[in-house]
Design a protein around this ligand. Structure first.
Ligand SMILES: *[C@@H]1O[C@H](CO)[C@@H](O)[C@H](O)[C@H]1NC(C)=O
Ligand SMILES: *[C@@H]1O[C@H](CO)[C@@H](O)[C@H](O)[C@H]1NC(C)=O
Ligand SMILES: *[C@@H]1O[C@H](CO)[C@@H](O)[C@H](O)[C@H]1NC(C)=O
Ligand SMILES: *[C@@H]1O[C@H](CO)[C@@H](O)[C@H](O)[C@H]1NC(C)=O
Ligand SMILES: *[C@@H]1O[C@H](CO)[C@@H](O)[C@H](O)[C@H]1NC(C)=O
Ligand SMILES: *[C@@H]1O[C@H](CO)[C@@H](O)[C@H](O)[C@H]1NC(C)=O
Length: 361
């Protein structure tokens, strides 16, 4: 009896110091995971959260702000990014009561027991603006962000950042990186957004896919982009930007820096970047296979979770919070085969390929 008690206490004591060692000694893993649910064969939310915990994943991004999932995440040590749907933006932008209601229902009900840390307003709202409604949503984005921020601030909450993920089709040019610029037609939308993000010290979230740039380049020009360069494989291939003189060893850094330069051209030199989505498909069209997906994602994890931070050539040493796309294959998505094969977990919870999600921690 005594022995058992002693053992129990000793274990408690040890685990206490273990926890301290972990929290003191190591900068938290900055890799997050996108948890999309457009599949009819996916594990339940409860099982999915268990799987995230088993893999020691410390950040998850949701494409909504689902009550069940936020409840399941309560009491875990997983940081959460939630999303305001595009069709909620205009209402929130014009009506503080709707903003208050959204914040109450999706944040206050769960916070702080659920570690909500990012609110992403909309999804790629500057992409494919084809109808007057799309344009209205794009114009309402910053007003909606401001209203949500107001409500959160009034509640005294200071550790939730607000942003919006944009796709790389916002770019007019990305190459060379120093020539990066936004499309002229969205500059008038971009300026107030950058002003807000800079002023609130939030992040400029981008959905950024070297896979897509690489595969486009293969279609248009067989020799355009080296696969190793796109896969973040440490090789000897480098590219020197003729204007900045900066030396690039991978495509992701080039793409990220093109956004840095585009922001600078509008007068915003200091806005921090975050990657809302990146990844590599493991099945489907050209270059989509398990080997490449494992290579890209493992190299990405190593780069983005390195201590001290690696950053990019234009911003050495700067932390870039990163969310990998995606937890699961989503079989209800349209488009080319690759669209349904970005996941790294099978529906039974096993890994599609070896992923060292916690390496570098
Ligand atoms: C998760 O963390 C625990 C405790 O640090 C460790 O024992 C376990 O191996 C980790 N699991 C993975 C998949 O890294
Ligand atoms: C920069 O991009 C513009 C198009 O936006 C292009 O005309 C110009 O040639 C590019 N500059 C360089 C150095 O590539
Ligand atoms: C961005 O924010 C910084 C820090 O608050 C400020 O000094 C700077 O003037 C801002 N930049 C612009 C272009 O507003
Ligand atoms: C393809 O790209 C390479 C390297 O950028 C270039 O030298 C070559 O002329 C391009 N070929 C075609 C057919 O555009
Ligand atoms: C890269 O390294 C390999 C092997 O070391 C060598 O054969 C190749 O010529 C190098 N390529 C470049 C572009 O330096
Ligand atoms: C994952 O990490 C282990 C141990 O550090 C290493 O042996 C293995 O090669 C890594 N796998 C990949 C795919 O990087």
């Amino acid at each position: 009896m005594e022995d058992q008690k002693f053992t129990k206490m000793a274990l408690l004591f040890l685990s206490f110091f273990y926890v301290i060692a972990i929290s003191r000694g190591v900068v938290p893993n900055r890799i997050g995971i996108n948890y999309g649910q457009l599949g009819d064969n996916l594990p339940s939310p409860a099982r999915s959260i268990k799987l995230l915990q088993n893999m020691n994943i410390s950040r998850v991004k949701l494409y909504d702000a689902d009550h069940e999932i936020l409840n399941l995440l309560s009491g875990t040590d997983i940081d959460v990014a939630i999303t305001v749907a595009n069709d909620e933006i205009s209402g929130i932008a014009t009506n503080q009561r709707l903003a208050d209601q959204w914040v109450y229902e999706h944040i206050l009900v769960h916070y702080p027991i659920t570690r909500i840390r990012f609110v992403l307003v909309g999804h790629e709202v500057f992409s494919s603006i084809s109808t007057p409604e799309d344009m209205q949503i794009a114009r309402d984005l910053v007003p909606a962000i401001k209203r949500i921020k107001n409500t959160i601030k009034q509640q005294g909450i200071r550790n939730i950042k607000i942003g919006t993920p944009l796709a790389m089709d916002m770019m007019q040019t990305t190459f060379p990186p120093s020539n990066g610029s936004f499309k002229p037609e969205i500059r008038e939308l971009m300026v107030p957004l950058l002003k807000y993000i800079n002023g609130s010290r939030s992040f400029f979230f981008v959905d950024i896919y070297p896979y897509i740039s690489w595969s486009d380049s293969q279609v248009w020009n067989q020799t355009a982009i080296n696969l190793d360069f796109a896969l973040l494989r440490s090789g000897n291939e480098t590219y020197t930007d003729p204007q900045s003189g900066l030396v690039y060893t991978n495509l992701l850094d080039q793409m990220l820096d093109s956004v840095v330069y585009a922001m600078s051209k509008l007068g915003y030199n200091e806005v921090m970047l975050a990657i809302a989505e990146t990844g590599w498909p493991h099945e489907g069209e050209l270059g989509a296979n398990r080997e490449n997906a494992a290579e890209y994602n493992n190299n990405l994890i190593r780069k983005m979770s390195a201590v001290p931070s690696v950053g990019t050539p234009a911003r050495p040493g700067v932390v870039i919070p990163t969310f990998i796309f995606s937890l699961y294959d989503e079989n209800q998505k349209y488009g080319p085969t690759t669209e349904r094969h970005w996941g790294f977990l099978n529906p039974d919870g096993s890994l599609v390929y070896e992923l060292n999600i916690t390496s570098g921690v």
